[in-house]
Design a protein around this ligand. Structure first.
Ligand SMILES: [Zn+2]
Length: 1154
């Protein structure tokens, strides 16, 4: 089953509910995005013509009565259920006092908006309006003085010219053969790689008023490989120059490289066990009697480049030979060359260390010993001769990191996500918002099917931008709302064609012609372009926002500002671990950092508090009270909110009462013996509170145990690891009851987003508890076996970021496409009630939605293909907006063009999400096989149609996809698809949910972690040491390494590390004294300690979650955990090594081709 063929339209949990009553969406708005940095708008001084933001309705204030339930009585009458230590706060619910100040309601005054009004009279808007357009002084990459630089697009395009023509491709392909040379480029300057310090945002930890940019340095953006050139990569050693041998052998060989049985063992689904053992040995040719297995690695040719190649080596570069790659027959052996060792590590400029002393200790280590004389046996692939992720990343950095990426060119492949680069919007959305699997899509569905390359876009609508880049402008089209196509409702964008002197415009998506509203009319210049082209973001930029009118609001009423409700588990475990006290302490200060509109004095967000175990306790924290009041609801079967007035309050107004409450909560429950909890009623309570207040909002739930107390949504412990690898394994990923699906639907309808912080000491059923979070666009944070000392920093950092980050509420996203393709499938944390609208109660700046496209007609090379993602959302101040992102792609009639313009990182992001959804319905083995098959088809299609003729025994990979095998293998070996014995069911469900919302940068580092040799770090500057490949054989016993994957940071210490380094880093005098329970590195005053801590801080800042720090000593128990992340090696759970997997892929491809 090929991935492409399965069109799932439903949400991951498959509960698209047709009957779902969403709110009315007049004319369906676009989709707004949350994370816009509001501050920027301020600088944009547009007149606020006529548009008066109506005061948001004050939802609940007027209604004094209790909600329908009527029995307010239960509150007080229930005193028995109060905790013994109840402090006597209990009082009758206050009868509505004076309506609380409508603080939240007022909009930021003078919220400057981009409006055409006021400029209308200006014929040539540029001068007059230009000034208005300019945004914040700070970021002015473009639009210096006048509107978005009228730079002639043509000139800009040149910077990143389209990929070389096909002719070149071929030649490159030839060049590519010398894999060795490509893989052994000069060592990149140390530190060049990872972002220069400048790009790195301030270390987290401290609060920042606006969450934007704080934690997400732009390094996270990724780009695809620069060149679209496809290269044939001979995986195996290129034949030695001048030796025609290789070519001749071609036909004969069987599965290319690995002659020995070991390779054969690789079944389609099971990889050969070979790797476990010293990898090299199997590969070696005929074992000579008496000969030690550890012969010199055969591969020489590729390496040649580094050290002075011995005369024999000379060959690789020249010509034809390159094809030799995967030939079965062993190439003539060459005496090991001196210098070879250096190449092993040297190729990437890093530590050369490992080899020498590492010898036999590590299984994977090939024999570095020099084995003179005897012809090297056919050897297996030399790890250094196969495509290296590190090399690709470094090459992209050096090739594309220095120039800004200008988006004016259609179908341009952006730099990789691992490259630091600036983006200039000249008509297409930044790759920080949208990345595609391919920027050149086949004109016909037949071609698309033939290639099996999925056509998908990974969209992060509210992505945080680096400070140097310009935030989307807010445009106001007045009371009639944004100008849109009459038929398909696409929003005005740079690709609309104005005709008839500017009186009408033709839609670039559906071709329908629409009248230009009188207030929007403008003359055209001699090229047919509106003279105000550069004055209007929606005509000249790829991303911008529109102010939404009341037609885009629920019930045709402008929204109220959202609310945050903190719901704290106060059962025994939560109290005993110190968690309750910790949360309460933190909230006292954190509440001052709620998100706010850029120019507002204070956040418009109101807050409320609930605690719970088997019953729920609501708190009245109205500012006029001297003390908070508690109301207990013990009837959890039919949840209602016992008070309206005083439950959701403004932080500043109720500061004293809130502080008092937060002081009292830990005391009130200090002696609790209640161990049982409820869960669904907690969400219901939050939902009811938001309903009563008529606003959207977010619930922050802090929960510790499986909810077994009698109540709706009660769960059983149904964990059963015996189900792994059976047909029933999928049930572990499915919720155990549909109750939560229905609850999620209600939450989405209200705009109630649920963020869940869990602290389990045992199975907690993340697959079920996470349903509401997942479908409302929320986040889950998991702290297993939470301990104050070791986990509090991580938890608090996560909580701070989560509370402060940019988020849009009540969001709906739709992706429109030009004729010929359409969005058919969606992946992410959201809910869908129909096949086109992605609904999210909340969407934050870290969440992505992946959209797959299918053909429904032919495309043309001339017109290309267009995407328009529109997100309708409510800002944190309660303003309704639309964020629009446009992207134009090329279309091709030649498959080679498709393969030249793909982005593997994005492809992997899509494939991982596809596979992770697949486990809900199919056995994981089926899912893995389908992935392998699809990728084999992708590569076989390339080989058959695009690569130059060559030996069948040679593996040829398109340049842009040369990392597809290694990355795919990482996905296949991941905990969800192939769990090791230590992985829990909850871990798998958790990771499955996380990955589903990850952007491309996150999946990239999650599946192929970053491994940095700390001992190679330059303590004199801020750079990061150059990364090395994730394999044990790259490690040296004498060095210290850091590995990060976005969730964890490991610091691995070799047994032979110099005592001085250990002293400097850990403050202890010997290896044996290093504690592996440290959760932070000691703060020591020496350059090495400072350097390492700054590296850790830099990495923490780049990720959306605070990573857990784990110290691993070589040969210690924890090392098994660490080795799990050395993804190029064979894994304990049976995952193949990179080399073995590559052999396997090659075999699969050959089978498809034969
Ligand atoms: Zn249209």
């Amino acid at each position: 089953m090929s991935v492409n063929q399965q069109a799932h339209t439903g949400p991951p949990y498959g509960q698209a509910q047709p009957g779902y009553q969403g709110y009315q969406q007049p004319g369906y708005g676009g989709q707004p995005l949350p994370g816009i940095p509001h501050s920027q708008y301020g600088a944009y001084n547009g007149p606020m013509p006529g548009y008066q933001q109506p005061v948001p309705p004050q939802g609940y204030f007027p209604s004094l009565g209790f909600p329908s339930k009527g029995s307010p009585v239960s509150l007080n009458s229930d005193t028995s259920s109060l905790a013994p230590n109840f402090i006597g706060l209990l009082r009758a619910p206050p009868t509505s006092g004076a309506p609380p100040p409508a603080s939240g309601a007022s909009l930021p005054s003078g919220h400057p908006v981009y409006s055409q009004f006021g400029q209308g009279d200006v014929q040539n808007g540029i001068p007059a309006s230009a000034a208005q357009m300019h945004r914040p002084p700070a970021s002015q990459p473009f639009l210096p003085g006048s509107a978005p630089t009228p730079v002639s697009q043509t000139s800009t395009f040149q910077q990143y010219g389209p990929p070389p023509g096909s002719a070149q491709q071929l030649s490159n392909q030839m060049a590519g053969m010398t894999i060795g040379s490509t893989s052994t480029p000069a060592p990149p300057p140390a530190g060049l790689g990872y972002g220069p310090p400048t790009s790195v945002p301030p270390v987290s930890g401290s609060f920042s008023a606006t969450g934007s940019g704080l934690y997400t340095p732009y390094t996270s953006g990724q780009g695809p490989p620069p060149t679209s050139v496809s290269q044939g990569l001979p995986l195996a050693q290129p034949p030695f120059s001048g030796q025609p041998i290789s070519t001749q052998r071609l036909p004969t060989q069987v599965p290319g490289f690995a002659p020995p049985p070991s390779s054969t063992g690789i079944g389609p689904s099971s990889y050969p066990p070979t790797t476990g053992a010293p990898r090299p040995s199997p590969m070696q040719g005929p074992p000579l009697p008496g000969q030690t297995v550890a012969g010199p690695p055969t591969s020489q040719p590729n390496h040649v480049s580094s050290p002075p190649p011995p005369s024999t080596m000379s060959g690789p570069h020249p010509g034809p030979s390159p094809m030799a790659g995967l030939h079965g027959p062993p190439p003539p052996t060459h005496p090991p060359q001196p210098g070879y060792q250096m190449q092993q590590n040297g190729s990437f400029g890093q530590a050369r260390g490992p080899q020498p002393n590492y010898g036999g200790a590590y299984p994977g280590t090939p024999n570095y010993g020099s084995q003179p004389g005897p012809p090297p046996p056919p050897k297996r692939l030399d790890p250094d001769s196969i495509p290296s992720p590190i090399q690709v990343i470094e090459d992209d950095r050096s090739n594309r990191g220095s120039e800004p990426f200008v988006t004016g060119v259609r179908g341009q492949v952006p730099p990789l996500v691992t490259t630091n680069f600036l983006v200039k919007d000249q008509g297409n959305a930044s790759p920080r918002y949208i990345r595609c699997t391919s920027y050149n899509i086949p004109c016909t569905s037949d071609m698309a099917k033939q290639s099996q390359v999925p056509l998908a876009a990974v969209i992060k609508p509210l992505a945080t931008l680096p400070p140097e880049e310009t935030l989307p402008y807010l445009v106001d089209h007045g009371e009639s709302g944004p100008v849109r196509c009459n038929r398909c409702k696409a929003y005005m964008c740079p690709f609309m064609q104005f005709i008839e002197g500017g009186r009408r415009f033709q839609c670039c998506f559906c071709s329908c012609v629409t009248e230009v509203p009188p207030h929007y009319f403008q003359h055209l210049d001699h090229t047919g372009k509106r003279v105000d082209f550069y004055d209007r973001p929606e005509l000249s930029l790829g991303s911008y926002e529109f102010l939404a009118t009341v037609d885009y609001c629920k019930n045709n009423k402008f929204p109220s500002p959202p609310a945050f409700i903190f719901m704290i588990d106060v059962s025994y475990n939560a109290v005993k671990s110190g968690l309750v006290r910790l949360i309460c302490e933190e909230l006292k200060s954190l509440l001052d950092y709620l998100p706010r509109e850029g120019n507002m004095e204070e956040s418009a967000i109101r807050v409320g508090f609930v605690t719970y175990n088997k019953v729920l306790h609501f708190y009245n924290v109205k500012s006029s009270l001297a003390q908070p009041q508690m109301m207990v609801v013990s009837d959890v079967a039919d949840m209602f909110v016992p008070l309206l007035d005083g439950f959701l309050v403004n932080v500043n107004e109720s500061r004293t009462v809130i502080a008092s409450l937060l002081d009292q909560i830990p005391e009130m429950f200090a002696d609790t013996r209640e161990t049982e909890t409820v869960f669904a009623p907690v969400i219901q309570a939050g939902l009811e509170a938001l309903k009563a207040a008529e606003c959207a909002g977010k619930l922050f739930i802090f929960h510790t145990s499986l909810p077994i107390a009698e109540a709706p949504g009660k769960l059983k412990n149904r964990d059963d690891k015996k189900l792994i690898n059976t047909d029933k394994e999928k049930t572990l990923f499915q919720p155990q009851t549909s109750f939560y699906n229905n609850l999620a639907k209600d939450c989405v309808a209200q705009g109630c987003c649920v963020d869940l912080f869990i602290f389990p000491n045992q199975y907690l059923d993340v697959a079920t508890l996470g349903v509401v979070t997942y479908q409302t666009g929320g986040s889950i944070y998991k702290y297993a076996y939470f301990q104050l000392e070791t986990d509090q920093d991580r938890f608090l950092n996560d909580l701070r970021r989560d509370v402060q980050k940019e988020v849009g509420f009540d969001a709906v996203m739709r992706v429109r496409t030009s004729t010929g393709i359409r969005a058919t499938d969606f992946f992410g944390a959201f809910y869908m009630s129909n096949t086109t609208d992605v609904e999210m109660a909340g969407l934050d700046c870290d969440k992505t939605i992946t959209v797959e496209f299918k053909h429904d007609d032919k495309l043309s090379e001339d017109s290309g293909a267009l995407l328009q993602c529109a997100l309708l959302y409510t800002s944190c101040a309660g303003q309704r907006r639309l964020r629009i992102h446009n992207l134009s792609l090329n279309c091709c009639t030649q498959l080679a063009d498709l393969y030249r313009n793909c982005e593997t990182d994005t492809l992997i992001n899509y494939l991982a999400k596809y596979a992770y959804r697949g486990v809900l319905n199919s056995p994981v083995k089926t899912v893995r096989d389908a992935l392998i098959n699809q990728c084999a088809q992708i590569l076989a299609c390339y080989r058959k149609n695009c690569a130059s003729p060559s030996s069948a025994g040679q593996l040829i990979l398109p340049e842009c996809m040369k990392l597809l095998p290694v990355y795919l293998n990482c996905v296949l070996k991941s905990d969800v698809l192939q769990p090791g014995p230590e992985v829990t069911t909850d871990d798998r469900a958790y990771i499955r949910q996380l990955v589903t919302s990850m952007d491309v940068a996150e999946t990239n580092v999650f599946f192929y972690p970053r491994l940095l040799p700390l001992t190679k770090a330059d303590v004199d500057n801020d750079s990061l040491p150059a990364a090395i490949r994730n394999s044990e054989e790259r490690l040296s016993k004498g060095d210290i390494y850091l590995l990060e994957n976005g969730l964890n940071i490991f610091v691995w210490v070799g047994v032979n590390v110099q005592q001085g380094l250990i002293q400097n880093l850990f403050g202890v005098s010997s290896f044996s004294q290093i504690s592996n329970t440290l959760s932070t590195l000691p703060v020591l005053e020496n350059p090495f300690s400072k350097k390492v801590r700054s590296v850790v801080d830099m990495l923490q800042v780049q990720r959306s979650r605070y990573m857990k720090l784990i110290i691993v000593k070589q040969e210690d128990k924890l090392e098994m955990l660490f080795k799990h992340f050395l993804v190029e090696d064979k894994s304990l759970s049976g995952g193949a090594s990179y080399v073995d997997f590559l052999c396997h892929m090659h075999k699969e491809i050959r089978q498809l081709l034969s």
